[in-house]
Ligand binder design. Structure first.
Ligand SMILES: Nc1ncnc2c1ncn2[C@@H]1O[C@H](COP(=O)(O)OP(=O)(O)OP(=O)(O)O)[C@@H](O)[C@H]1O
Length: 664
């Protein structure tokens, strides 16, 4: 994994790392802007560079090159050099103005369709389709025929109003894709409003496409104007490069040997198109910092030190009898079933279980992030004094990030690729009313110190950071408003084990230092046992065991926990071959009678476990298990036989009569 040193850490002057600096360092933008600049300069300096009116007919026809007429004269006796210079003015005006109109319409329609969706999207899409199926040039010709002789603005309007549909379709697709990205979801969760999400989060990511759209539309406008003029539609009394071509063709320039009368405007239109295309590529590169270049170096990290855990009294988070399902056409998937859990202030609760057992659904439902078809079917979630499931959207926005924050699975992708880290760290704080720049900066630095990243990386872009550093940034953002609780759903899954371990140590140290509570979700039980205060094990949507971590490690009570622990290599002792748990969990769409682990359990008691409604039983102090081996109403002989059978099957004891066997 590599990291790129950000601006402040290199010796390059800071301005060179701004968008303007990168523009001047990009060969394409330099060539494109140079070419376009040359045409603009020639157009602006036309009155200085030539004394003649381009429409004046005062000279003889088809004069050759001379000091007085560097490019000779036309069949009507006009100075060709003057026509070229003044023609550049109107040609560029048509390109820029029609390009701007078309781009404005494309962005407005494309974003409105994607953002509002539903009927608005349908209506805009129909309009786009109508414009796309109408053939472009004939449409312009018909429209231009009505405004013939009216000057340049009607031409600009017709081209601008007919040239937006393709761009709108592309921008709509891009905006739709962006809406699905994690960093937009994260911005919403962090409390950013729709205007900020559209203009600050989405638009910069579309800058390359919008610029491409503009240069494409400008090119289309220049070519359309040239095409219209060439066939004599539009106002041929104007001097543009298009009307130059029209008159050159109409007056037989090639037959008269005045080939440059045709070549000059033709070549100029081609070069103008090239400059637009070069700028298009360059803007794409500059607006997407990932395509840029940078040096390689990993920074030295500083590890925060641990402090004592805050004392726990009353539960900070209380999940009571929570039921969550996904309503699908084939039935309801009951992904979380009657879950009751508590998290104390300052406590790290680990949540483990096989893939698909409902860990993420529980986390999403408890934090009100569950999207349809997911739905809370019953139960309550209380965080301090807030009834989370009953909060209005506005009240929820106030509480989220301030009282609790979330670090998603694969959360590195929640960083917006075109915004500097600093802006993204500020975002959550700004959305909750912190606007003072000095405060924002001081807090950002403090957070970076806390999670072990050099503060110079505040001015880097996400792609300049390694995966581990991005993860630290996301954790720093989650800590920004000092929430009481952070829910972390597999926050380190995408990282290599060494970085994973460092980050987990830091999370734990920060937690101890700040006294915050954490719900930490992972598949990795051995990791959880090491870092958690308490562990809850989920299976098929239910919490099947809860215990202090060390107790769960020393004496796992539920056969599922025992088999799960056996699937991981031990932290000490000789290496042994591990096997997974045979079989698979039951379908969550079906009714589950009795214990959901019955089919895979090595200690099952037929007639009990597959018949009785499942309950949770106390096992030891602070330890509970949803297992009938701990049900005081089940006969001890039945339990002993079940345990004995499992030991025989595992080859741990011989087939002699059981004398004493206790649960677990
Ligand atoms: N959108 C959905 N529609 C229908 N079923 C879903 C949907 N999302 C999840 N499920 C089902 O809900 C159950 C719980 O899924 P969930 O993602 O919460 O499990 P998990 O324990 O977090 O798994 P993992 O560790 O792989 O993320 C699974 O059976 C899954 O197939």
């Amino acid at each position: 994994m590599t990291a790129v040193i950000p601006a402040a850490a290199t010796s390059r002057p800071a301005w060179k790392n701004t968008s303007l600096g990168r523009f001047f360092r990009n060969p394409r933008s330099v060539a494109g802007a140079g070419l376009l600049g040359l045409f603009v300069l020639l157009a602006l300096l036309a009155p200085v560079l030539t004394p003649y009116n381009p429409s004046s007919l005062e000279f003889d026809a088809f004069l050759g090159f001379s000091a007085q007429h560097p490019l000779g004269t036309t069949a009507l006796g006009q100075d060709i050099f003057s026509q070229f210079l003044y023609g550049a003015r109107l040609t560029l005006l048509v390109g820029f103005a029609a390009g701007l109109i078309a781009t404005f319409l494309s962005v407005t329609f494309g974003l409105a369709a994607a953002y509002f969706g539903g009927k608005v999207d349908e209506a805009i899409n129909t309009l786009i389709n109508v414009f796309l199926v109408l053939p472009g040039l004939p449409l312009i010709i018909v429209a231009a025929a009505f405004i013939r002789g009216g000057g340049v603005w009607p031409v600009i309007l017709v081209i601008g109003l007919t040239g937006w549909a393709f761009g709108a379709r592309v921008l709509r697709s891009q905006a739709l894709a962006l809406r699905e990205r994690d960093f937009i979801a994260a911005a919403t969760v962090a409390g950013e409003g729709p205007a900020r999400i559209i203009f600050v989060e989405m638009l910069p990511n579309m800058a390359g496409l919008i610029a491409a759209n503009f240069f494409g539309a400008a090119l289309y406008a220049v070519l359309s104007e040239a095409g219209l003029s060439f066939i004599g539609v539009g106002d041929v009394s104007l001097v543009t490069w298009g009307t130059m071509l029209y008159w050159a063709q109409a007056k037989g320039a090639l037959l008269q040997g005045a080939w440059w009368w045709v070549a000059l405007p033709g070549l100029s239109i081609a070069l103008l198109g090239t400059s637009f295309a070069l700028l298009n590529f360059a803007v794409d590169e500059i607006s997407n910092p990932k395509l840029g270049r940078g040096g390689l170096k990993m920074p030295k990290r500083t590890l925060p030190t641990a402090a004592s855990t805050s004392a726990a009294s009353d539960a900070l988070l209380a999940i009571d009898n929570l039921n969550v399902g996904y309503v699908t056409p084939t039935g309801t998937v009951r992904a979380v079933r009657d879950v009751t859990l508590e998290v104390m202030p300052g406590e790290l609760l680990g949540l483990a279980g096989e893939s698909g057992c409902g860990k993420s659904t529980l986390a999403f439902a408890a934090t009100r992030l569950l999207d349809p078809p997911g739905a809370v079917l019953g139960g309550s979630v209380r965080l301090a004094e807030h009834d989370l499931l009953a909060l209005s959207p506005e009240a929820l926005r106030q509480v989220r990030w301030k009282e609790f924050s979330i670090v998603f699975q694969a959360s590195m992708s929640v960083l917006n690729p075109v915004l500097k880290i600093r802006e993204q760290v500020y975002d959550a704080m700004q959305a909750h009313g912190v606007t003072d720049k000095a405060r924002l900066d001081a807090r950002a630095r403090e957070l970076f110190d806390l999670v072990g990243i050099q503060t110079s990386y505040l001015d880097a872009y996400p792609h300049q950071l390694s995966g581990g550093m991005k993860q630290r940034v996301v954790i720093a953002i989650a800590l920004a408003l000092e929430p009481k609780l952070i829910v972390m759903d597999e926050p380190t899954t995408a990282l290599d084990v060494v970085v994973q371990r460092q980050i987990l140590q830091e999370i734990n140290a920060v937690r101890r230092r700040l006294g915050i509570s954490i719900v930490f979700i992972t598949h990795d039980l051995s990791l959880l046992v090491e870092m958690s205060d308490r562990v809850a094990i989920m299976y098929a949507g239910e919490v099947v065991e809860q215990a202090p971590a060390h107790q769960l490690y020393a004496q796992p009570a539920h056969p599922y926990t025992q088999q799960l622990m056996n699937s991981f290599p031990p932290m000490t002792g000789p290496r042994t071959r591990r096997s997974g748990i045979p079989g698979k969990p039951p379908s969550l769409s079906a009714e589950i009678v009795g214990c959901p682990f019955f089919e895979r359990c090595t200690k099952r008691m037929p007639g009990v476990c597959d018949v009785k409604p499942l309950q949770t039983f106390p096992v030891a102090e602070n330890q509970t298990a949803a297992c009938f081996l701990y049900d005081p109403t089940v006969s001890p002989t039945l339990k002993e036989n079940a345990i004995r059978d499992s030991q025989i099957n595992a080859g741990e004891v011989s087939r002699e009569p059981a004398r004493s066997a206790r649960p677990n």
